[in-house]
Unconditional design. Structure first.
Length: 201
């Protein structure tokens, strides 16, 4: 078995006045705490399920500036971390190559990817369609996920998304807090080897 930490929605920004109050300080304090505590010495990795940065109001310049601040901060972690895109990284436009290329440039990870730990497959799925829903992009994303799972039908799997595949907040607008595609739910239900789903938002 293995041990991991799940973090999400750090909302780091090069200018602390442009993000949630105290976001930068909280993250720095958390990293210091994780690096110092003996009880996390056996943690294998950290999963960060999106919105590493705030980039608001959004522009590719704001995204790049925030990543320029955030990655050196996160690289202070003494535990390996695996980042995922959130809607603040691509302004709700899943599949936007310009913004997603910035994510890859700074993190060295593609928008969606997989890795393995012990007997588990971990899938980091770019799942950020909301206001700017694109059926072609979402269809390609779902086919990619299905191909990964069909190639590993019996392998225990952890699926990470930013926007949850099921509604998590009843008082929130549906376009914001649930992925807008029934096909994703069908894929998840088809593969019982998915042992855990982790989301953010």
């Amino acid at each position: 078995m293995f041990t991991f930490i799940h973090l999400t929605d750090l909302h780091l920004s090069w200018d602390s006045s442009l993000t949630y109050s105290g976001a930068n300080k909280r993250c720095i304090k958390l990293i210091d705490s994780l690096n110092q505590k003996k009880e996390v010495s056996d943690v294998n990795f950290i999963l960060i399920t999106g919105d590493l940065i705030h980039a608001s109001p959004y522009s590719v310049e704001a995204e790049a500036a925030d990543f320029g601040y955030a990655i050196p901060v996160l690289n202070n972690l003494e535990i390996p971390y695996f980042p995922l895109l959130g809607n603040h990284e691509n302004n709700w436009a899943e599949g936007n190559q310009e913004s997603e290329n910035i994510f890859t440039q700074f993190t060295s990870y593609p928008p969606s990817y997989t890795f393995e730990s012990k007997d588990y497959l971990i899938i980091m799925l770019n799942c950020t369609s909301g206001m700017l829903y694109n059926s072609s992009v979402v269809g390609n994303r779902n086919r990619w996920l299905d191909s990964i799972l069909s190639a590993n039908p019996l392998k225990r799997t952890i699926l990470c998304t930013h926007i949850p595949p099921v509604r998590m907040r009843s008082n929130a607008p549906e376009w914001s807090y649930i992925d807008q595609n029934d096909r994703l739910d069908e894929i998840i239900e088809k593969y019982p080897a998915i042992a855990l789903i982790l989301s953010g938002h």
